[in-house]
Design a protein around this ligand. Sequence first.
Ligand code: NAD
Length: 484
Amino acid sequence: MVSRVIPVDPFDLVIFGGTGDLARRKILPGLFRRFRSGQMPDGARIIAAARSELDRAGYQQMISDAIQEFGGAEKDDTEAVAKFLEVLDYTPIDAKGEGGWKALSKMVRKDVIQAFYFSVAPSLFGDLAQRLHDYKIANAESRIVVEKPFGRDLESAKELNKSLADHFDEKQIYRIDHYLGKETVQNLMAVRFGNVLFEPLWNNHYVDHIQITVAETVGVSGRGAYYDRSGAMRDMVQNHLMQLLCLIAMEPPSQFGADEVRDEKLKVIRALKGVEPHHIVRGQYDAGPDGPSYREDAENPRSFTESFIAMKCHIDNWRWAGVPFYMRTGKRMKARTSEIAVVFKDLGHSIFEGDEKRHRNILAIRLQPNEGIDLQVTIKEPGPGGMRLVDVPLDMTFAEALGAGEHEVTDAYERLIMDVIRGNQTLFMRGDEVEAAWAWTDPLINGWEARNDVPKLYDAGSSGPEDALMLLHREGRKWREIRG
Ligand code: NAD
């Protein structure tokens, strides 16, 4: 099988914050893999700009080390690593002052695609945008890539949007949500809109409810101070889980184009109803045999920040009227797993005597581990003794179905950066989407803050607080097992 890759024109990619954790762990190792697989054209250059007083050789060494640490199996291809390092350059820069900007201006070519990746704290976005404009480094075709968190509420998101919009058009701005770069997330759209089978059933006549689960086993130690000001709602729900919700719930766009897809996602967010306080369960992990409690990790003994959240939401439109969407995400949970499950309604009538079990078709889309799709169907239990029915999975793990090796698994970051160079915004969040998402989450957060809501404790290594299980139990439903 030969994969089709759209060729890319020569480019200059400037990475502000090129010495930071994200750049060393994800961005540069990802770019190296794209380089090695021949997706970077001759004449592509990567210019890192950060605070450290490094020279080019010093930066090349830093990235050589980063590739050894984070580069995956490809890191052993020393010839490719050496060639990739040749593509790199470095210049020290002060985002808040004037130091380094003239030098950068001389380095960036004007006659190739230009992308500027803001891999720095959001408080520097405005400064960078302003100076790129003042020093005439960027032009009307340049692309700006920004990282999460995009604000901590509607007001700060609006400010960030404005600081970029003062100098760049929305068509130039690429807001990264790396969940959108995951293979399965895109497959979600392929499954929905590329098959005749599912779309007719994708509504409140056939769907009982939808579950979205993103469970992590790690705690917040190491980033506790940051996390404690954020919490699961801001850190995960407002961006990643809402993006998944949009893709599962949106109407079919007229074509797979950036604005067509994003228009439909925006309509979903705008149609989300407010959530009753008793439909939100917030939790904090307790100390366990394997580690300290959330409050110890966050170094805040009185913290009311949630490391877990579960909620029941409704989308106020024709397609989804009456269908609950249950979302949950948390740290220090039983297993690391991300999954969207579409749970279909029971059969109205069973013709099989004695079969009292409620058989349900469930379409589960696994983001991790083992990216794939699993359709639960009901069949006859093999053997004599009458018609006994049993539910079995029709399981498709992509790596197996497509043949390992022929399709290398592309990391979300690599895919998204190459989309920036190609000028494809489909998998990036638009400014109005981000604002609409905050407009929905702000009142919920303000509500529990005003009530001084105390998160429920849950055991580390569990499925979250008991109340989260009850959210479904009391309606005769059940969360899917969190399995690694
Ligand atoms: P970091 O603290 O490790 O690195 C920050 C970088 O910014 C460094 O290269 C530093 O030199 C540069 N910098 C800081 N102040 C500067 C200034 N005044 N002028 C010029 N350069 C300056 O941060 P990080 O973890 O790499 O995160 C970068 C961005 O990515 C942040 O917005 C963060 O929220 C976001 N992000 C990070 C991760 C991650 O896994 N690290 C994940 C998602 C999003």
